[in-house]
Write a protein that binds this ligand. Structure first.
Ligand SMILES: O=P(O)(O)OC[C@H]1O[C@H](OP(=O)(O)OP(=O)(O)O)[C@H](O)[C@@H]1O
Ligand code: HPA
Ligand SMILES: [Mg+2]
Length: 178
């Protein structure tokens, strides 16, 4: 385990098992459709790669970069689009793939953008949910794991751009950012 990690919450194997379940569920619920799966960069890059391998129906993928945390463990509250989608979403069934829902500000902003662009439907698959962090009322349609109220890193999630490459998710030692 990395020296800056206080506790591993979910191992690589537990994460992969859960993603397999999420992929199966999405594949059956979207059967007969051709959804556009949107990866919210950077945090969701690892989840996106593993999830899409477990979806067995035809899909398309696109990427959007959004940021609000910067070098902090608290959301700035200002959600910025750093890179927009390449394709229009009008009339499309859209599935947003997120690593974590914490305050909910990133997703509420993104859902609003996609609805204003006239997506046919918008749903959210989030690998991690931290309900204690919520500032807006928002619930993902598909959730992997519910997390305790702690700042976590790994499996795509960073602190000041570090730790994304850890294959598990764990609580970051508070002395690292205190
Ligand atoms: O529910 P919220 O409080 O909005 O937090 C969730 C968002 O915050 C993180 O992104 P971040 O802004 O850190 O950018 P990153 O993905 O590039 O790390 C994370 O990847 C989610 O997108
Ligand atoms: O707990 C977290 N860790 C890393 N990035 C995050 N973005 C929102 N919450 C978190
Ligand atoms: Mg981040």
């Amino acid at each position: 385990m990395h020296n800056d990690i206080q506790e591993i919450l979910y191992t690589e194997e537990q994460i992969q098992d859960k993603i397999r379940e999420l992929g199966e569920k999405i594949s059956s619920e979207y059967a007969g459709r051709n959804p556009l799966v949107i990866c919210v960069l950077k945090g969701a890059y690892m989840f996106m790669a593993d999830l899409t391998k477990r979806i067995t129906i035809p899909i398309e993928v696109d990427f959007m970069a959004i940021s609000s945390y910067g070098q902090s463990t608290k959301s700035s509250g200002v959600v910025k689009i750093l890179k927009d989608l390449d394709v229009p979403v009008e009339g499309r069934d859209v599935i947003i793939a997120e690593d974590i829902v914490d305050s909910g500000l990133t997703l509420s902003y993104l859902i609003d953008v996609l609805e204003r662009r006239n997506a046919k439907s918008v749903s959210v698959v989030a690998l991690f949910d931290k309900p204690a962090g919520r500032k807006v009322d928002l619930q993902a349609d598909y959730i992997g794991f519910t997390l305790p109220d702690a700042f976590v890193v790994g499996y795509g999630l960073d602190y000041a751009e570090k730790y994304r490459n850890l294959p598990y998710i764990g609580i970051l030692k508070p002395e690292v950012y205190a």
